[in-house]
Design a protein around this ligand. Sequence first.
Ligand code: SAH
Length: 186
Amino acid sequence: MIPDEEFIKDDRVPGPTKEEIRCLVLCKAEIKGDEIIADIGCGTGGFTLEFAKRTRRVYAIDKDPRAVELTRKNLLKHGLTDNVKLINDDAESALKKLEDLDIIIIGGSGGKLPKLIGLAAEKLKMDGKIIVTSILLETKIEAVQKFKKLGFKLGIIDVNIARGQIIKRGTMMLANNPVSIIWGMR
Ligand code: SAH
């Protein structure tokens, strides 16, 4: 896993998703190495870089040009540009133009999550998986409802991580914001 501090950051772009959350998303993705992935809302490139290290091809999509540029910088820094295609576009129009996908990660939707999951389902291979990460209560409810509506099998976990920080008197556990990971498949 790439440590959080190894990412180049930009105050105007969210991410990277914390290392432990990236780790769980990878675990739930159950990749074998030959997958074609789309990272929707690539932000700083947290998921894009981890999947680029382990799969055949990654499409990194973000509507914010600063996010695409930052992901590009992080890919370059880590020598991971070969199998990644960067797309500066809204997720909806970008998805429509892509080939069929094994894994679709949705880390940002700009309030259009149900529609986006619907489009993702159309692009998803028969045994593919959609994974949504969410920090908002509303997003996780929308994701669960949409997966049910599609007749998908779904799973959801809430992840609360506290990292130890060494201080004078001992080790203090510092909590990160809870994140939900919701995944759906046929
Ligand atoms: N997972 C990323 C952080 C994602 S932040 C990381 O680990 O680095 C969410 C991103 O989603 C933002 O950069 C935002 O611009 C993007 N986003 C939100 N709605 C979008 C949409 N409809 N289409 C494309 N990108 C979108």
